[in-house]
Write a protein that binds this ligand. Structure first.
Ligand SMILES: [Zn+2]
Length: 245
């Protein structure tokens, strides 16, 4: 007997589409940070009723992209300040190099195949489009989640997911227009995990996060001089730091 899988209904597809459209507007700041959200206007623009708009806003509240104010509706959250961004990367530097090391050690849960598929998909976009920042963010979410998921540590994965670090970093600065440096750094991580080289995987992830942080730092001139994160040396910029901005 065939397995009883329940296909998403047309309503569910429509709700997901509304969520993605509003998420895109918030991330691209077409709806500015810290601004009231006009549900009726959005419903008119997206040609839907207010019900899927409200469902999407509840979902976006889970992403910490909007907040509900009692009696006053929804508003977008502010973007991260420099301290919050640094704390986010400090957290990532604590957990992700470790996760990459575990991923390379564990032959059964090794995510190399998924990482390779992710890199192939985004590489196709890199060569076909001039601005892939939004797609690059979603690729980055999946790439890093595949590595965290392979540790089988649900506490860690859940804590990481709750930071929604990619969404909030994207709002601050949408990153590389072409994605070439991010993808190159991902290739180095992938190779180390595929080759079961835990030390190289740990170092590659550390280098990638340091390079990503420096891209933000240069974009916003967040700090000057001394290293601001463990292992991040502004006087020795990571590859692509200057060009990617
Ligand atoms: Zn990444």
């Amino acid at each position: 007997m065939a397995a009883e899988t329940v296909a998403p209904s047309a309503d569910q597809h429509a709700s997901q589409s509304v969520y993605e459209q509003i998420r895109s507007r918030v991330l691209r700041e077409e709806i500015p940070p810290n601004a009231r959200i006009n549900i009726d206007a959005l419903a008119r623009e997206l040609q839907v009723s207010s019900t899927p708009i409200r469902e999407a806003l509840r979902q976006l509240q889970g992403d910490n992209l909007v907040v509900q104010e009692p009696g006053r509706g929804y508003r977008t959250t502010p973007i991260l300040n420099p301290t919050q961004l640094r704390e986010l990367f400090e957290f990532r530097l604590l957990v992700e190099p470790w996760a990459a090391k575990i991923a390379a050690q564990d032959r059964l849960q090794n995510p190399a195949y998924r990482l390779e598929a992710e890199i192939a998909d985004i590489t196709a976009l890199v060569s076909n489009q001039s601005d892939i920042r939004y797609e690059l963010m979603d690729h980055d979410i999946r790439f890093h989640d595949a590595i965290l998921g392979s540790t089988s540590n649900e506490v860690l994965r859940s804590a990481y997911a709750q930071t929604h670090c990619h969404l909030h970093a994207f709002r601050l600065h949408p990153g590389e227009r072409t994605g070439e440096f991010t993808v190159q750094e991902h290739r180095v991580i992938h190779r180390a995990i595929r080759d079961h080289d835990p030390e190289a995987a740990e170092q590659a992830m550390r280098d990638h996060l340091a390079a990503a942080y420096l891209r933000f730092e240069v974009a916003h001139n967040i700090s000057r001089g001394t290293p601001v994160l463990p292992g991040v040396h502004p006087d020795r910029p990571a590859a692509g730091n200057a060009l990617s901005l």
